[in-house]
Design a protein around this ligand. Structure first.
Ligand SMILES: Cc1cc2nc3c(=O)[nH]c(=O)nc-3n(C[C@H](O)[C@H](O)[C@H](O)COP(=O)(O)OP(=O)(O)OC[C@H]3O[C@@H](n4cnc5c(N)ncnc54)[C@H](O)[C@@H]3O)c2cc1C
Length: 397
């Protein structure tokens, strides 16, 4: 099967890894001049790890993450540092925090290529029973058609048995399935950073929640710390300096919030306005086109599941392609993918949006109520809610 993947993000690269293992000949189109990880750190829960294992990447992922995170006390704190609630250990038992650059390197190693440099066409053939992957950087796809045709900005067109749209929230490929599908601004933006050097967290991580503001702390394997700061703002907000703004907004919050911001170089702090899909897609495939990752179900990051869902999508497609990847049975395969993936990812996106509404409230009364509920929530219920998101297994065909 000849497969085009549009986008070399987490979703596109992991699909390339899986489809290559399934014997496909894969071409990845990436608009940027080089394959790069966007963002800084990433929380990967049990479901995402299972998907990575399905793709054969379990050991590589384990080598850049640390089980030590399991020993941390996590949950929600007040800005003065008092705990509102501690998350039961079983809810985040397999959580791992990874530097996105490491995850991208693992994915690239698995397609066995160095793809840096503009216009570089990298190509590899695997062992006999494997397919091959070529990654074309500087190749923006402007449209895809149901017959499998991909049209690039430079005018090149090429036809494939299957086109996978993994081109993120502002997907061009999605236009072929749901033209003009709306996006929704959440009302908040998020800064992210990784400290330049290790910072002692005293065994405590998780989120600190104020009114309309949140700060998240997540330890990386080498002692550096991935952090994020969320605040309500218009989508087009402009600040004189990102680092000075985030420092100002979180002044007075408990230690080590300011230490973490200070330990991060200004050029390594980036802000992202948070959008998701304005409505769930009615379907995620049409003809020879299928969507995965943010192109299919861009969600707010409140559950830390956007990347995990992209990994599940990729692992599912890979398993299905391995077992029923005959081009003649494509429609059946894509129907099955849609059935396995769409409602699960859309349910998670819906919950994530609602969680964001609750955690970003500026109301004194509502935030007090939220904290009281979090405090009173029986650990069994919290663990059950986490399990419903994190329990995932690859399809048994
Ligand atoms: C603040 C924040 C925190 C987050 N935290 C987490 C977390 O802790 N855990 C988690 O699991 N998820 C998290 N996420 C979500 C996660 O980052 C995304 O869900 C994930 O990166 C989506 O991957 P993707 O490959 O689908 O899309 P993307 O990462 O957007 O990749 C799309 C790729 O396609 C390329 N592209 C775009 N258009 C074209 C085109 N026309 N032609 C060719 N190439 C194109 C882009 O250059 C890019 O390389 C977070 C998101 C945000 C914003």
């Amino acid at each position: 099967m000849r497969v085009a993947i549009v986008g070399a993000g987490i979703g596109g690269l992991s699909a390339a890894v899986g489809l290559r293992r399934a014997g496909a000949r894969v071409t990845v189109f990436e608009t940027s001049a080089a394959v790069r990880a966007g963002g800084s750190g990433l929380s990967v829960f049990a479901n995402g790890i299972r998907a990575l294992e399905t793709l054969g990447l379990g050991p590589a992922f384990a080598s850049v993450t640390d089980r030590g995170v399991e020993g941390f006390t996590a949950g929600q704190r007040r800005p003065d540092g008092r705990w509102i609630a501690r998350i039961p250990t079983e809810s985040i038992g397999r959580l791992r925090i990874v530097d996105r650059a490491d995850l991208h390197r693992i994915l690239l190693d698995a397609v066995d290529r160095d793809t840096t440099g503009p216009d570089r066409v990298a190509s590899t053939a695997g062992p006999d029973d494997m397919g091959e992957v070529s990654i074309r950087c500087d190749s923006e796809v402007i449209s895809a058609r149901g017959d499998g045709t991909v049209v690039c900005a430079d005018g090149r067109t090429e036809r494939f048995d299957l086109v996978i749209g993994a081109d993120g929230i502002r997907s061009r490929v999605r236009e072929a399935i749901a033209p003009g599908h709306p996006l929704r601004y959440s009302g908040y933006g998020a800064w992210r950073g990784i400290t330049a050097a290790p910072v002692d967290l005293d065994g405590q991580a998780g989120e600190t929640v104020g009114r309309g503001r949140r700060f998240g702390i997540a330890p990386l394997a080498d002692g550096r710390v991935y952090w994020f700061a969320v605040a309500n703002m218009p989508a087009d907000a402009v600040f004189p300096g990102e680092k000075s703004t985030v420092e100002q907004m979180f002044t007075g919050w408990h230690r080590p919030v300011m230490d973490l911001i200070e330990a991060t170089p200004a050029e390594a702090i980036h802000r992202t306005p948070i959008w998701d899909l304005g409505a769930p897609l009615p379907r995620c495939h049409a003809g020879r086109i299928v969507l995965l990752g943010d192109a299919a179900h861009a969600m707010t990051p409140n559950l830390g599941q956007g990347g995990g869902q992209a990994l599940e999508d990729a692992a599912t497609l890979a398993v299905l392609a391995g077992r029923m990847g005959d081009p003649a049975r494509l429609e059946h395969m894509l129907d099955r993918y849609d059935g396995l993936r769409r409602s699960r990812s859309q349910d998670i996106a819906r919950t994530s949006y609602l969680v964001g509404r609750v955690f970003q409230t500026e109301s004194r009364i509502l935030s007090g109520l939220r904290n009281a509920v979090l405090h009173a929530l029986p650990p069994r219920l919290a663990a059950g809610a986490a399990a419903s998101v994190q329990d995932w297994a690859p399809p048994q065909c």
